[in-house]
Design a protein around this ligand. Structure first.
Ligand code: SAH
Length: 223
């Protein structure tokens, strides 16, 4: 009988602890400083969030296709957005728009008390839900819907994370942000997208531009 080196290693090393440690080292080098974010990414089995045929590439720092023209975000981007969301304080509840593979959802669920995640593609939503169930992340609620409208039922949220790019800040999301709350989102079209952090202040909203990014567009309607 063959002994496995760790829980997720299929025996050929491509998803081993060392492979994940290499990814964490790379993220640290790229400027990710939060020990909590690095620890969570180092512990999550990202290969379970992509198609089996791509599992050997799951710990590279790159975005990968997840079907339906969508991608699982690059680990660096997931780390950067999470860090930006949690920088001033750890939010109690986070609304995520664009569940996709569920990887960013799993990162958030490991760091905050409760995550609400909205996805417009039913098939992706079902897969994401199953992955989070397998990983025993029980503090997540999913909804099939148009995330540009937010999720009124549980609003306001101390944190909002958007993982598909609108042209501007969707009004409903700004409205569902709690006072002092933080929203991190990519904004703009094509090659001109920027990662933006919006903070709800006493008098209104403060906007900071963080860095250039590349996301799929935030689409309206569901399918
Ligand atoms: N965080 C995800 C990224 C997925 S890509 C991951 O790491 O896997 C962006 C996702 O946003 C896609 O799944 C896409 O279907 C979804 N999306 C696009 N527009 C949306 C909208 N209006 N409401 C909800 N989800 C949307």
């Amino acid at each position: 009988m063959q002994l496995m080196r760790d829980d997720f290693d299929p025996g050929i090393g491509m998803t081993s602890k060392r492979t994940r440690e290499r990814l964490v080292a790379r993220l640290r080098q790229a400027g990710i400083g939060s020990p909590d974010v690095l620890a969570v990414i180092g512990a999550l089995p990202r290969h379970l969030f992509v198609d089996e045929a791509l599992a050997s590439r799951a710990y590279e720092d790159s975005a990968l296709p997840i079907g339906y023209g969508q991608t699982i975000s690059q680990p660096y981007t997931v780390a950067r957005m999470t860090e930006a969301l949690l920088e001033s304080a750890t939010p109690d509840t986070v609304l995520e728009i664009g569940s996709g593979s569920g990887f960013q959802t799993a990162v958030l669920a490991s760091l905050v008390r409760r995550v609400y995640s909205v996805e417009r593609l039913q098939e992706l939503l079902a897969c994401a839900q199953e992955r989070l169930r397998l990983l025993k992340k029980r503090n997540v609620r999913f909804m099939h819907g148009d995330g540009a409208l937010g999720w009124r039922e549980y609003a306001p949220y101390q944190g909002i994370m958007v993982t598909a790019a609108p042209r501007g800040v969707p009004r409903a999301l700004a409205e569902q942000l709690a006072p002092g709350g933080v929203m991190v989102l990519p904004m703009g079209e094509g090659t001109k997208q920027m990662l933006v952090r919006v903070t709800r202040t006493r008098g209104g909203f403060k906007q900071e531009v963080l860095e250039a990014v590349s996301f799929v567009p935030l689409l309206s309607g569901v399918s």
